[in-house]
Design a protein around this ligand. Structure first.
Ligand code: C2E
Ligand code: MG
Ligand code: MG
Ligand code: MG
Length: 283
């Protein structure tokens, strides 16, 4: 039997395990092997979560989020496998697959007459690979897309290791026209002075701030301030993790551009995203 991982409390926890190979490294090795196989076997897929304009509720974008349709364990979320992929060069290949698939899907929706931006998450190892801009440029060219419709999401933690190298790669990507968003903003040490040194075009305010909105009196002034500063730096602002109408309502007093969260929709398979958010609304 194989051994597997599922998200419990923010860390992966083994759920099924072959008793005599009781070794964490072996489990990880096995999981990486399985992921490599899964990649070549077409077991990964993307779900898409809508991003809507706060002002008029229009769908302005989609975030592509990886899933693994596992033959034994069903549909797995990134928390069950991504961290282990990220520890190895496998993430570079997986990331390239994600990027190409997201581009293919975006192009398909564009051909059906829809204008939206596609956000794709990028991991640290990908950013550290020098040919990332080349891979991405080739992908958009291959799909006949303009880089302006593609937004790369990076987190500040991945910039911590080699800030200058990462900033250089991001600058090259921005130069090619890609949009770049700092994901999970506010969870690390980043302040806006630091951001202004980075070639980013957007920030995504982390869900934890939004969660605080209805429970903590300082949360709204904090978000309002972050948004105002970001806007003064000409950055686009997305708020993530909006789950309730109250949270949405409170954000309306800020200059936040767009929102993403379960209130609008969970991440969806491409067909459901299309029928729920593109077809019915605009055609
Ligand atoms: P993220 O980029 O911050 O993506 C947002 C995560 O929050 C997603 O989880 C999404 O399903 C979840 N989410 C969205 N709205 C809400 C909400 O209202 N409430 C709550 N509680 N959660 C919400 P998911 O899909 O499990 O992805 C988790 C993380 O895995 C992502 O966080 C991202 O860091 C990473 N990830 C996902 N797909 C990829 C990928 O293709 N490549 C890379 N490198 N990382 C990925
Ligand atoms: Mg993201
Ligand atoms: Mg995020
Ligand atoms: Mg995150």
């Amino acid at each position: 039997t194989a051994m597997y991982l599922s998200k419990s409390k923010g860390r992966h926890a083994i759920t099924v395990f072959n008793g005599d190979v009781n070794n964490w490294n072996l489990r990880r090795h096995r999981l990486r092997q399985d992921m490599l196989h899964a990649l070549h076997n077409g077991e990964f897929l993307l779900h898409y979560q809508p991003q809507v304009s706060l002002m008029d509720n229009c769908v302005v974008g989609a975030e592509a989020l990886i899933r693994w349709q596992h033959p034994e364990y069903g549909l797995l979320s990134p928390s069950a496998f991504l961290e282990i992929a990220e520890e190895s060069p496998l993430i570079v290949e997986m990331g390239a697959w994600v990027f190409n698939e997201a581009c293919r899907q975006l192009r398909h929706w564009q051909e059906l007459g829809h204008s939206l931006q596609m956000s794709v998450n990028v991991s640290a190892r990908q950013l550290a690979s020098r040919d990332l801009p080349g891979m991405m440029e080739q992908a958009i060219k291959g799909h006949g897309l303009s880089a302006h419709f593609v937004k790369l999401e990076v987190t500040e933690s991945m910039l911590a290791q080699d800030f200058d190298a990462a900033a250089q790669v991001l600058a090259a990507l921005k130069q090619k026209g890609f949009r770049i968003a700092l994901d999970d903003f506010g969870t690390g040490y980043s302040n806006l002075a630091y951001i202004s040194r980075l070639p980013v075009t957007a920030i995504k305010i982390d869900r934890s701030f939004v969660t605080g909105l209805t429970v903590d009196k300082t949360a709204l002034p904090l978000i309002t301030g972050i948004v105002a500063l970001a806007k003064s730096l000409d950055l686009t602002v997305v708020c993530e993790g909006i789950e309730t109408p109250e949270q949405r309502k409170l954000l309306e007093s800020t200059q936040c551009d767009s929102i993403q969260g379960y209130l609008i929709s969970r991440p969806l398979p491409a067909e459901d995203f299309y029928s729920g958010f593109l077809k019915t609304r605009f055609m």
